[in-house]
Design a protein around this ligand. Structure first.
Ligand code: UT7
Length: 339
C-alpha cells in the first residue's frame, strides 16, 4: 500500500531549518568483530561496505543520543526547546515500551509546549516523521516541529549471530521543520512518498519482547528480543522498493533523475545503494555514503547522513537532494528537498 498524501502543491511550503546528529564515542571495527564471531573484515567490507560502527555505552539510551542530535539541530535553526510545538522520534529501539522516547526528549530539551510521540516505521521512520510533521505544519496545526531518528540497535542484536551482528550501529540524527517564509529559505521539501507492505512482516523483525511473545525466564536465552533477518529476501525487496519510491518522489517534485544533485539513501548495504542508483542512472559521485563509518543505524541513518552531507561541501545552496529509505514492515519512504 502506498500513500499519495504528500501532494505538496496544495499546502503551505515547509522547510528544514536545521539539522544535527550524534554518534556514541565507542567504535567497534570489523577486526574487533573477527574476535567475537566467525567473520572477517574482508567478508563484511565486500558484502556490505561497512568498516566500523559506533556503540552506545550501557548507560547511554536512545533518548540521550536523540537529545544530543536535537540540540545541534535546534542550534543551527536558532531555536530552543520551548519554541517547539511537536516532537516525533522515529525509533525501533525506544528507551522503554511506554512512555514514548519522544517524552524523555521533550523533558531533556525543556520543550514544555510540544506534543511528543514516537513513530515505529523501522529504517523508513525518519522520512515517515518528516512527512507527518510536514503535513501538520502545512495544514497550520503546528508551527515548529522537531523530528529525530534515533537507535540503540546494539541493545537488540544477538552478538553471537554473525548474520546480523556485523550490520548494525547506534546513533541519532534530527531536523527542525518550519513553514517556508521567504523564497531564499533553504531546505524546502518539494515532495515525499510513503509505502508499506504488511505481508512481509516475517522477513525482518524483532520477534520477542512485545505482547505476542513476552520475554520470560523460559525463553530468555533464545535471543528473541534481537533483530532477525532473511538477508537475501530483504535485499531484493529493498532494491525494488527504493528504486520505485525514488522515481515517485522525483516525479512528484516535477523533476527527472538528471535534476537530482545528491542522493542520500538508507545506509544498509553499499551493494543495495549501487543497484538503486545504477537503475536510476545516477552516478556514484552524486551519492552520499557514510555506512563505512556507522553501519546500519536504522531510523537514524538517513538523518545522520542528511546532517553530515549538508554541513559538508557535498551540498551547495539550490541543490536538489533525494532522500530514500527502506526497512522492516516492510516500509519505504522518499522525499526531494531543495537545499
Ligand atoms: O535496514 C533494513 C534493510 N536491511 C537491508 O537492506 C539488508 C539487506 N540484506 C543485506 O544487506 C545482505 O543480504 C546481507 C549483508 C545481510 C548478507 O549478504 P548476502 O550477500 O545476501 O549473504 P548471504 O546471506 O547470502 O550469505 C552468504 C554466505 C553464507 O554462507 P554460505 O551459505 O554461502 O556458505 C553465510 O553463512 O555468507 C555467510 N555469512 C557470513 N560470512 C562471514 C553471512 N554472514 C557472514 C559474516 N561473515 N558476517
Amino acid at each position: 500500500m502506498t500513500s499519495n498524501a504528500a501532494n505538496t502543491q496544495s499546502l503551505l511550503p515547509v522547510r528544514i531549518a536545521g539539522t544535527g546528529s550524534y554518534v556514541p564515542k565507542k567504535i567497534l571495527t570489523n577486526h574487533d568483530l573477527e574476535k567475537m564471531v566467525e567473520t572477517s573484515d574482508d567478508w563484511i567490507t565486500s558484502r556490505t561496505g561497512i568498516k566500523e560502527r559506533h556503540i552506545a555505552a550501557k548507560d547511554e539510551f536512545t533518548s540521550h543520543m536523540a537529545t544530543h542530535a536535537a540540540n545541534r539541530a535546534l542550534e543551527q535553526a536558532g531555536l530552543q526547546g520551548e519554541d517547539l510545538d511537536l516532537i516525533i522520534v522515529a525509533t525501533i529501539t525506544p528507551d522503554t515500551l511506554t512512555p514514548a522516547t519522544a517524552c524523555y526528549v521533550q523533558q531533556s530539551l525543556g520543550a514544555n509546549r510540544a506534543i511528543a510521540f514516537d513513530i515505529s516505521a523501522a529504517c523508513s521512520g525518519f522520512l515517515y516523521a518528516l512527512e507527518f510533521a510536514r503535513v501538520a505544519i502545512a495544514a497550520g496545526s503546528v508551527k515548529t516541529a522537531l523530528i529525530i531518528g534515533a537507535e540503540k540497535l546494539s541493545a537488540f542484536v544477538n552478538w553471537t549471530d554473525r548474520d546480523t551482528c556485523v550490520l548494525f550501529g547506534d546513533g541519532a540524527g534530527a531536523a527542525v521543520l518550519s513553514a517556508q517564509k521567504n523564497d531564499s529559505d533553504t531546505g524546502k521539501i518539494l515532495s515525499s512518498h510513503l509505502g508499506t507492505d504488511g505481508k512481509q512482516t516475517a522477513i525482518l523483525n524483532i520477534p520477542g519482547g512485545g505482547s505476542a511473545c513476552p520475554i520470560t525466564l523460559q525463553n530468555a536465552e533464545q535471543h528473541l528480543a534481537a533483530l532477525s533477518m532473511q538477508g537475501r529476501e530483504v535485499f531484493k525487496c529493498a532494491v525494488n522498493a527504493m528504486r520505485q519510491a525514488s522515481e515517485i518522489a522525483i516525479e512528484k517534485a516535477g523533476l527527472t533523475s538528471e535534476d537530482i544533485d545528491l542522493v542520500i539513501p538508507h545506509q544498509a548495504n553499499l551493494r543495495i545503494i549501487d543497484a538503486i542508483t545504477d537503475r536510476l542512472k545516477i552516478s556514484k559521485d552524486r551519492v552520499f555514503i557514510n555506512l563505512d563509518k556507522y553501519g546500519n543505524t536504522s531510523a537514524a541513518a538517513v538523518a545522520i547522513a542528511l546532517d553530515e552531507a549538508t554541513r559538508s561541501d557535498a551540498v551547495k545552496p539550490g541543490d536538489r537532494i533525494l532522500l530514500v529509505a527502506f526497512g522492516a514492515g516492510l516500509t519505504w519512504a522518499s522525499a526531494v528537498i531543495e537545499w
